[in-house]
Design a protein around this ligand. Structure first.
Ligand SMILES: [Cu+2]
Length: 477
């Protein structure tokens, strides 16, 4: 049932109930699984891949059409799946009528192939990055990152997964059959005008708080269902929203096991009943449906913090067991970085100036260390091959308490502490994005190896990023 709600002079589509208890749709669309991007060649030379950024049209509701952006299709993009050590050449054709970029979020690649705002692809142009995968198995992703356009282009549909496998992941006895017992879940919330168009960033509140949607999309679909084997299932979860923080749980409050953070496997599975991911973060989890009755249903609940509650999708347990797996005792060993090896400590103050709200749309009031993003200014210089501690503070003005989500390009870091305390088990591992709640301080440690050049650090709440909460660090020899 669709209703209409008015907000700030605009009218939006609104579902009848906004709580779990409220009426929901029938979960009658099967969850689409993004296809694996096929190589255009075979043999030992570099794998060649094609990505076309294009305009499209999608029907999120029966009878409504939404104009969208997608990679190789109308919405989202194919999953790129490669092995560690593999050399890849990706040809990106920009068929849009505006510039874009393709950023490999979480990948450790040379600065010129990073796909940040310094690597613009003009309308109609082609960009051909090539790099060798040099990092452990992980669920990473790719998305646009052009100056001032990241939020809108992402909102309209541009995002895809980038999965790396390695010998360790191949050797683990866990589900890894893509689309059979190993499922990607790209979570995004969206708001629509009453004619079905995406309602992107219309007022100041949208810039400050991020654009909060009242519909939850899983792999680009509202209220999908997924048939799962009666056994252990692996979910690769991406918070692909623009600015939301999600608390993820199951309708029956069952336990599940987190096995990976942003940048790869954790040392051992972490038992959880709920998991919080901020915009840009990923986690892999194992869920056991082995004791569920065939034909029974469960659902994935998502609380937007603070905001809507979504019954996002339904799992339906098949009668066949699938392959038999158990939760492993141990996953991998992580090379923990140590503070004794740190050669430099830096502080990053993420700040919102309440006095400047009226100016925010022109930029300037969402800052890091008092500065707005400037492509002509290098904020930090980092020496190649060194280890650093970055202390990230969320300085909240009296009236405005906003969360931020700090993302570093180039590296996977580790969280040393949150407000002086060790991070929760769910955050112990390789990370590239970290939630920094209002008033809090997070210390991370990272090594800057292999590549010199200019990379970004920024808030991954995309409306904050687009309004200047970003800076550049240059790795120098
Ligand atoms: Cu932010």
């Amino acid at each position: 049932m669709l209703g209409i709600t008015a907000l700030g002079g605009y009218t939006f589509l609104r579902k009848a109930g906004l709580s779990y208890a409220g009426p929901v749709q029938g979960f009658d669309t099967a969850l689409p699984i993004p296809p694996i991007l096929e190589r255009n060649n075979s043999g030992p030379e570099a794998g060649r891949y094609q990505i076309t950024v294009e305009n499209g049209e999608n029907s999120f509701f029966p009878g409504y059409k939404t104009s969208t952006l997608g990679y190789n299709g109308p919405c989202l993009g194919p999953t790129i799946k490669v092995k560690n050590g593999e050399k890849v050449k990706i040809k990106v054709d920009n068929n849009l009528s505006q510039k874009t970029t393709v950023h490999w979020h979480g990948l450790h690649v040379p600065a010129k192939w990073d796909g940040g705002p310094r690597q613009e692809i003009a309308a109609g142009a082609t960009w051909s990055p090539e790099f060798t995968i040099d990092q452990p198995a992980a669920t990473l992703w790719y998305h646009p990152h052009a100056m001032g356009l990241t939020g809108e282009q992402s909102y309209r549909g541009l995002a895809g997964l980038f999965i790396i496998e390695d010998e360790l992941s191949d050797g683990l006895d866990i589900p890894d059959s893509y689309g059979i017992d190993d499922f990607p879940l790209i979570l995004q919330d969206r708001r629509f005008f009453d004619d079905g168009r995406f309602a992107y960033a219309q007022n100041m509140m949208d810039v400050i708080h991020g654009v909060m949607g009242n519909y939850l999309l899983v792999n680009g679909t509202i209220w999908p269902n997924l048939d799962v084997p009666k056994g252990l299932v692996r979910l690769r979860i991406l918070n692909g929203s623009n600015s939301s923080i999600y608390r993820i749980s199951f309708r029956d409050s069952r336990s599940f096991f987190q096995i990976a953070t942003d940048g790869g496997f954790q040392e051992k599975p972490v038992e959880l009943k709920q998991l919080v991911l901020s915009a840009g973060e990923r986690a892999e989890i194992l869920v056991d449906f082995g004791a569920d009755a065939p034909g029974s249903a469960n659902s994935l609940l998502i609380d937007q913090l603070p905001g809507n509650k979504f019954e996002a999708m339904q799992f339906r347990v098949r009668s066949e067991p699938g392959l038999i797996f158990t939760i492993p005792e141990k996953l991998v060993s992580i090379d923990w970085l140590e503070e004794k090896d740190v050669s430099k400590t830096r502080t990053f103050r993420m700040e919102t100036m309440s006095r400047g709200i009226g100016m925010m749309k022109r930029g300037g009031q969402l800052t890091i260390n008092g500065r707005n993003m400037d492509l002509d200014h290098i904020n930090e210089q980092v020496k190649l091959g060194t280890t650093e501690t970055w202390e990230i503070e969320n300085v909240s003005a009296m009236m405005i308490r906003l969360p931020h989500s700090m993302h570093l390009h180039d590296v996977q870091f580790q969280i040393l502490d949150r407000n002086g305390r060790k991070p929760p088990l769910s955050e112990r591992g390789r990370k590239d994005t970290v939630l920094v709640p209002p008033g809090e301080s997070v210390r991370i440690i990272s090594r800057f190896d292999d590549y010199t050049g200019i990379y970004m650090y920024h808030c991954h709440l995309l409306e904050h990023e687009d309004n200047g909460m970003m800076g550049q660090f240059e790795v120098v020899a």
